[in-house]
Structures are given as structure tokens and as C-alpha cells.
Design a protein around this ligand. Structure first.
Ligand code: G4P
Length: 289
């Protein structure tokens, strides 16, 4: 889904989240495990106004597990417990409730002290488009509730989804905008598919991805596309381009005269990368950003 975010959209999205915050106890902030910072809303701390929150690193199945472990430590240093999950299969989704209970423990204790039966914890999932919010809501609900591709600014009646007896979840997630100012962030979002090809040209995105793969995942790249030699001078764009062309040649992205169809080769690279076919790839490390 592509959302062209304009200031009006952002204000409306923010207001909607602020309205929902009044109803909830715990915020579940969903990030993409491959790009935890690039997939994070730049104003998140201000928007959440100190609400108890947990961070979920979604699409962990596609991310480099060693780098995800580094991200978990990174967030821990900032006082946030981050849980890697895979919303599409439900892997580690069961860890969300215990974490929510930990965050809500003081309030539960107070309720018990006052002789009140503790009520279910009320949670809200927030995150940028395509990070997996609807997939997670459906996974927690155990059925299809949220339509993937919810748009900001469209309100519908809110319902609570019962996740067992101890957690109630708002059925509409809070949709947040990503960072735009930084070109690197834009490329990372585009490589993962969080923003679509119309916003940045496909061969630019593939060029960025290829350069990154050559530098950080050379063996996975060689194996996937049967390439023997990779360039050593990454500052020379022609050398990176040659690898893109080699992929195109191997995969039949050739037009008349034997020329490589660069757009087609670019799409092949990006589709393989997004589907995890090159391996589990993370696009940013805590030390790099
Ligand atoms: P959103 O509500 O935050 O906008 O995201 P949504 O749930 O629609 O998920 C976006 C895409 O990400 C979906 O793919 C979904 O299947 C995929 N996805 C969500 N969680 C995971 C995960 O943990 N692992 C993997 N591998 N994929 C996940 P899609 O329907 O194919 O959409 P698209 O990629 O064609 O946009």
C-alpha cells in the first residue's frame, strides 16, 4: 500500500492515535526487524506521551538474527524491551501478553489491593504502513479482523478484540508516518517495500540494495545468483552496476541486442530480497545509524 503523507494526513493520524491513547493501557509499537530505526516514526516519544509501551521487531523471519540480537540490546539500553516476532506465522506472538502484564503490573497490583477484580489490559498496535499491524491483529485475534491496507484518516467504529481473557486489543491500529528527511532512510524503506517504487525509481533502489549486499552479504548474494566474483571497489558505481547486470543476464532480463533490461533485473533483486530468498538480511545495524 502506498500512502503519500502530507502534513494534513500526519496531523489527522496523530490526532487519531491521541484519541485512542485515552482508551488504552499499553502501546504495542511495531517496527520492521530489518530496519528498526528507519521504520520508526520520528515523533513517537512525543506522540505516546509516556504511555507504557513494548517494542516488537516484526518480520524477524526475514532479518539477520545476529543483528536483531544487537537491536534487542540497543533497545534494552534505552529502557525498552524489544521482542522479535514473526506476525505472519505467529512465532513469538505468545510473548506479547506476558510483556503487557509486566508493563501493567503496578496497576494490577493496585486493583487487587483495592479488592477490585483486575480487568483485561487494553492494548493498541501502532506502526508505519506495511510493518505488519493488520497481520498481527489477525494473528492475535485468531481470525481475519483487520483488513490489510488500512488508511490513515479513515475512521470506523472501534471494537475490542479479546485476546484470551487478559488482553483486549483495539481492532484498528494506529497508523504512523515514517521518516522522510533522510535519503538513506528512504532507500531502506523502499528496499523493504515499505514505500513503493513510484516514489523512488526501481533501479536506484536496487542499486542501493546491491551495493549493501555486496558489502555485507557477499556469500548469500553469490550463492543466490551463481555469481563468482564481486567487485572490491564499491565507490565505483559501474562495478555495482555490472553485478546488477550479471543478475539480469542470469535471470533472462535481456532485451533485443543482448542489452540488459535494468528495470526488470532490479525488480528481480528486490523481489528476491523482500521474500527472503537471498537469506535473512538486515539493512541497518545499531552502530551504523
Ligand atoms: P500494515 O497493516 O502494517 O500495513 O501491514 P500488513 O499487515 O498489511 O502487512 C504488510 C505485508 O507484510 C503483508 O504482505 C504481510 O503478509 C507481510 N508481513 C506481515 N508480518 C510479516 C512477518 O512477520 N513476516 C513476513 N515475512 N511478512 C510479514 P503482503 O500481503 O504480501 O503485502 P505486500 O508485501 O504485497 O504489501
Amino acid at each position: 500500500m502506498t500512502i503519500q503523507w502530507f502534513p494534513g494526513h500526519m496531523t489527522r493520524a496523530r490526532r487519531q492515535i491521541e484519541d485512542k491513547l485515552k482508551l488504552i493501557d499499553v502501546v504495542i509499537e511495531l517496527l520492521d526487524a530489518r530496519i528498526p530505526l528507519s521504520s520508526r516514526n520520528p515523533m513517537i516519544d512525543e506522540i505516546l506521551q509516556g504511555k507504557p509501551r513494548m517494542v516488537l521487531l516484526n518480520k524477524h523471519d526475514l532479518a539477520d538474527p545476529h543483528i536483531t540480537a544487537e537491536w534487542v540490546r540497543y533497545f534494552a539500553d534505552k529502557g525498552l524491551k524489544a521482542l522479535p516476532i514473526d506476525a505472519s506465522t505467529g512465532s513469538h506472538v505468545k510473548d506479547i501478553l506476558p510483556r503487557a502484564k509486566e508493563l501493567f503490573a503496578d496497576k494490577i497490583a493496585t486493583q487487587i489491593r483495592k479488592g477490585i477484580n483486575p480487568r483485561a489490559i487494553r492494548g493498541l498496535i501502532v506502526g508505519i504502513p506495511n510493518v505488519g499491524k493488520s497481520t498481527l491483529i489477525n494473528q492475535l485475534a485468531g481470525k481475519k479482523i483487520a483488513a490489510t491496507g488500512d488508511k490513515p484518516g479513515i475512521t470506523k467504529g472501534q471494537q475490542w478484540i479479546k485476546v484470551g481473557t487478559e488482553l483486549d486489543l483495539l481492532d484498528t491500529p494506529g497508523i504512523l508516518w515514517p521518516k522522510f528527511e533522510d535519503q538513506l532512510v528512504g532507500y531502506r524503506l523502499a528496499v523493504t517495500g515499505a514505500i513503493k517504487e513510484e516514489l523512488l525509481h526501481v533501479d536506484e533502489i536496487a542499486f542501493f540494495a546491491m551495493k549493501y549486499l555486496i558489502e555485507h552479504y557477499p556469500d548469500a548474494l553469490k550463492e543466490r545468483f551463481g555469481i563468482d566474483n564481486l567487485p572490491t571497489d564499491l565507490e565505483n558505481p559501474n562495478e555495482v552496476l555490472e553485478v546488477l547486470e550479471a543478475v539480469g543476464r542470469k535471470r533472462g532480463a535481456v532485451v533485443s541486442g543482448g542489452r540488459i533490461d535494468l528495470d526488470k533485473a532490479s525488480l528481480i533483486i528486490l523481489r528476491d530480497l523482500r521474500a527472503g530468498k537471498i537469506g535473512r538480511i538486515s539493512l541497518e545495524k545499531p552502530g551504523q545509524v
